[in-house]
Design a protein. Structure first.
Lengths: 421, 134
C-alpha cells in the first residue's frame, strides 16, 4: 500500500483554551469565546478572523448535557463568523482530535487556506448519575450498558486484564495520578491546580478548623489507599484514577504551510495524522492494548517519517490512569508490559526521559470530553514554543505527539507536530 | 424477515441466540447478520451453550441509575466456550471473588430496577459454574 501523504502541508499558527473546571455561570458559547480570544491573541503577527474560511467543532453531547444540539453554527455566530461552513464532529471523547484531522484534510485538499478547529463540552449542569448515563452512550447501549457497566468499569476491566498479564498493581496506576497532579499544579488552566500532597494538607487543615479528627496519612500513597479519601469507583479504579467531570473549550488555527510565516514567528507544522476505529470491548482479541491507537499511531509515524523514540513530548488520553499506561505502549514509547514500570520509575515525569502529559493530562487538567483533543494541542503549542511557564520542559521540544481516544478505543486520532526553527 | 426469526433476534438478550457465518462458520454474538471475520452474510441462528469463563472483570461501586440496589456488583467480559465474548454482570457470587479464568454459566435475571415506563428488563447474567455431579 502506498504511504499516505497530505497533498500540501498544514501549520498550526495559534491555539488557546478556556480554563477547564466547573463553571455554573458559563455556557459552551461563553467558554468557546474565551478559547477563541486566547487563540487569537496567540497569533504572533495578528489575526483578522474574517480570513477564517471554515470551522470544525468537536462536541460529544451538548444535546444531553445542555439540551442544545446543532452547536457548530452557534459557535461560529458567537465569534462573529455566522456565514462560515461550521461542522460539528462527534466521536465521543475523541471529537476534537477528529475535528483537528478534518481541518487538516480540508486545507490539505486545497479547498481552504485557513480553518478554525475547536472543541467544546459543558458537563457540570447534570448530576453525576446523569453524566454517567450520558457518557455510557459512547459505549454499546444494547450489549454493554445493560450489564451495569460504566466507563470507569470498562477501563477497570482493561486494568484487571493488564495487571494479570504484566504484574502491574493498583499502585502503578496511582503513580500516574500523582505525576499528572504534579504537572497540573503548574498549569493555571487546570481544574485541579494542586498536587495530591496539597489536597491532603487542605483536608487536614479543614478537619482541624472544624474540630474533626485529623486524618493521619503517612504519605501520598497512604492517602490514595484510604477508602474514604479515595473511594473505589470500579475496582481497581479509584476516584483519583478517574478524570473529572468538566466544562471547557479549546481552539486552534490551521493554515496552509506556505502562509504560516505571514501569521507566526514560530509556526508548528503538523507532519503526521492518523485515525482508526474499533469494535466494542467484548469483540476485541486483547484488552491490554487499544488496536485503534496502534493503527492511528502507525499511520501518523509513517506520514511524518519519524519513530516513537524521536518524539520529545506527548499528550496522551489519560481518561483513567490505566489508559495512560496502555497509551504509552500503544504509541511505541515502551514495549508491551513495560509501561507500568516506566510510570513507577518516573520515566514519564517532566524531568524523565519520556515526558507524558506535562499539562496535567485529562486527570488533573480536566476532561470536558469534546474539548480534550484540542486541549492537548494547546499544551503542545506552548511547550514547542517555550511558552509553558513553570512546567516548561528543560530540553528543546522540536517533535511532539497528541493521542486522543473516543470511548474505550472505538476511535483514536494521533497527530505529530514539528518545530522547524 | 419471518416472524420466528424476528422474535428470536429481539429476544437474544434473554437466550444468548447469535448467528453463524454461512461461509467461514464463525459464531457471532451479538447477531448482526454480517460476519466480523470475513464480512460475508451470517444469518443462520445459533444458540450458545451459555458456558464460558471470565476473561476480565471489575467490581462496580459507583453504579448508574437503575443499578444502585445491586452495588457493589461485579461485571465481566465472559469468553463463551464457542468463542465470542459477551459483556455481562456476574451474579450469585456469595463470598466468592471473581477471578480471571473462573468457569461461569448463563442464568436469566432481572437486569435493572423498573425504568421510567415501569418495564422490568430481564436478560442474561453469569454465575460461577458448579461442576455437574456424576
Ligand atoms: Zn465468516
Amino acid at each position: 500500500m502506498r504511504a499516505k501523504k497530505l497533498n500540501r502541508g498544514v501549520a498550526l499558527v495559534g491555539a488557546g483554551m478556556s480554563r477547564f473546571g466547573a463553571f455554573p455561570a458559563d455556557t459552551t458559547r461563553d467558554l468557546f469565546v474565551q478559547a477563541f480570544r486566547e487563540m487569537r491573541a496567540s497569533v504572533d503577527k495578528g489575526l483578522d478572523p474574517r480570513g477564517i474560511e471554515a470551522i470544525y467543532i468537536g462536541n460529544y453531547s451538548s444535546d444531553l448535557f445542555e439540551g442544545q444540539g446543532h452547536t457548530a453554527p452557534l459557535m461560529a455566530d458567537w465569534i462573529g463568523l455566522a456565514s462560515r461552513p461550521a461542522t460539528r464532529v462527534e466521536d465521543a471523547c475523541a471529537s476534537s482530535g477528529v475535528a483537528l484531522r478534518q481541518g487538516i484534510l480540508a486545507i490539505a485538499s486545497g479547498l481552504y487556506d485557513m480553518v478554525l478547529v475547536g472543541g467544546i463540552e459543558k458537563m457540570t449542569n447534570l448530576p453525576t448519575e446523569r453524566v454517567t448515563d450520558t457518557l455510557a452512550t459512547a459505549g454499546d447501549v444494547l450489549y454493554e450498558i445493560p450489564a451495569g457497566f460504566t466507563f470507569p468499569g470498562f477501563y477497570a476491566a482493561i486494568a484487571t486484564a493488564y495487571m494479570a498479564r504484566y504484574g502491574a498493581s493498583p499502585e502503578s496506576f496511582m503513580k500516574v495520578g500523582l505525576k499528572n497532579h504534579e504537572n497540573g499544579a503548574l498549569n493555571p488552566k487546570a481544574q485541579f491546580g494542586a498536587t495530591i500532597r496539597t489536597m491532603m494538607d487542605r483536608r487536614i487543615a479543614s478537619a482541624k478548623a472544624k474540630g474533626r479528627p485529623m486524618p493521619t496519612w503517612e504519605d501520598e500513597m497512604a492517602f490514595l489507599h484510604d477508602d474514604n479519601a479515595n473511594p473505589v469507583i470500579a475496582w481497581p479504579m479509584r476516584l483519583f484514577d478517574c478524570s473529572p467531570i468538566s466544562d471547557g473549550a479549546a481552539a486552534a488555527l490551521l493554515v496552509a504551510e506556505d502562509l504560516a510565516d505571514s501569521f507566526s514567528d514560530v509556526p508548528i507544522h503538523i507532519i503526521g495524522s492518523g485515525q482508526a476505529s474499533d469494535c466494542a470491548l467484548h469483540d476485541r482479541p486483547d484488552l491490554t492494548t487499544i488496536a485503534s491507537a496502534r493503527l492511528a499511531g502507525e499511520q501518523a509515524y509513517q506520514m511524518a517519517g519519524v519513530r516513537p523514540a524521536d518524539i520529545k513530548i506527548a499528550e496522551v488520553h489519560d481518561c483513567f490512569t490505566i489508559a495512560e499506561i496502555v497509551a504509552t505502549e500503544d504509541l511505541g514509547f515502551f514495549a508491551p508490559g513495560e509501561g507500568w514500570k516506566a510510570a513507577e520509575e518516573g520515566v514519564t515525569g517532566r524531568g524523565g526521559r519520556r515526558p507524558i502529559n506535562s499539562s496535567g493530562g485529562l486527570k488533573s487538567k480536566g476532561h470536558p470530553v469534546g474539548a480534550s483533543g484540542i486541549g492537548q494541542v494547546v499544551e503542545i503549542w506552548h511547550q514547542m514554543r517555550g511558552e509553558a511557564g513553570e512546567r516548561q520542559l528543560p530540553n528543546s521540544v522540536d517533535l511532539a505527539l497528541t493521542h486522543n481516544v473516543g470511548g474505550t478505543g472505538q476511535t483514536c486520532a494521533v497527530h505529530i507536530y514539528e518545530r522547524r526553527r | 424477515m419471518e416472524l420466528t426469526r424476528h422474535w428470536r433476534l429481539h429476544n437474544q438478550r434473554y437466550s444468548l441466540v447469535g448467528e453463524q457465518c454461512d461461509r467461514c462458520g464463525a459464531r457471532l454474538f451479538p447477531p448482526r447478520d454480517v460476519c466480523p471475520e470475513c464480512a460475508e452474510p451470517a444469518q443462520e441462528l445459533f444458540t450458545f451453550s451459555g458456558r464460558g469463563q471470565v476473561y476480565s472483570y471489575s467490581t462496580v461501586y459507583s453504579a448508574p441509575e437503575g443499578y444502585q440496589e445491586y452495588a457493589p456488583y461485579s461485571v465481566a467480559l465472559v469468553q463463551l466456550e464457542e468463542g465470542p465474548m459477551v459483556t455481562a454482570q456476574l451474579t450469585d457470587l456469595g463470598d466468592d471473588k471473581p477471578e480471571i479464568g473462573m468457569p461461569v454459566e448463563m442464568v436469566t435475571r432481572r437486569l435493572r430496577a423498573d425504568g421510567d415506563q415501569g418495564v422490568i428488563v430481564y436478560g442474561y447474567k453469569f454465575r460461577k459454574h458448579v461442576k455437574d455431579i456424576i
